[in-house]
Structure formats: C-alpha cells, structure tokens
Design a protein around this ligand. Structure first.
Ligand SMILES: [Zn+2]
Length: 97
C-alpha cells in the first residue's frame, strides 16, 4: 500500500515540460501552444490531444514569427507548409500578445 501511495504522489507532481521551437525555452506543457501536423495541414491543437507529430511554441508573437520565418516549424514537423497554411498560422500569431 505504501509504495502505491508514493507512485501516486509522484504522478501528481510531475509536470511535463516542452521546449519552444523558437526561443528554446523550456516551459510547462500547458504554457505552450501545440501545433500538430495532421495530414498535410498544420493546425493549432488547442486541447493538446490531437494525434500526430507536434511542436510547441510560446504563446507570444515573437516566438510565433520566429518559428514561421526560420522554417523551424517545418523542420520540427518534417513537413512543408503551403502558403495558405503559413498565412493562417501567421494570422493566429497576430492575435497573440
Ligand atoms: Zn518561445
């Protein structure tokens, strides 16, 4: 019983950390926005549960622009962004602080 209690406690304290592909800062998973490549479209995974290859970016305009400008997003997702897709993501970034 005691050992099981310990495992439970460890699980609750564990916060998964992810690295922003733009600034390389490590943050808690929930502080970052996940982008997922599903099929040939890259989209914002607002619930963080979509299957597929994902990358994480800080919810800040700067990081967003860096990720899109330097093709880090494409590199991280191993995909090619279409012009429309890039535009869509850039627009999302414009709404960020
Ligand atoms: Zn960042």
């Amino acid at each position: 019983m005691k050992a099981e209690d310990n495992i439970q406690a460890t699980k609750q304290k564990y916060v998964p950390e992810r690295t922003c592909i733009a600034c390389r800062e490590t943050r808690g998973k929930r502080e970052l926005v996940r982008l997922v490549c599903s099929g040939h479209i890259v989209e914002v995974d607002s619930r963080g549960k979509q299957p597929g290859r994902g990358v994480y970016i800080c919810p800040h305009k700067e990081c967003w622009e860096t990720a899109l400008k330097n093709n880090r997003l494409e590199y991280g997702l191993r995909t090619k962004l279409s012009a429309e897709n890039r535009q869509l993501l850039l627009e999302y970034g414009r709404c960020l602080p």
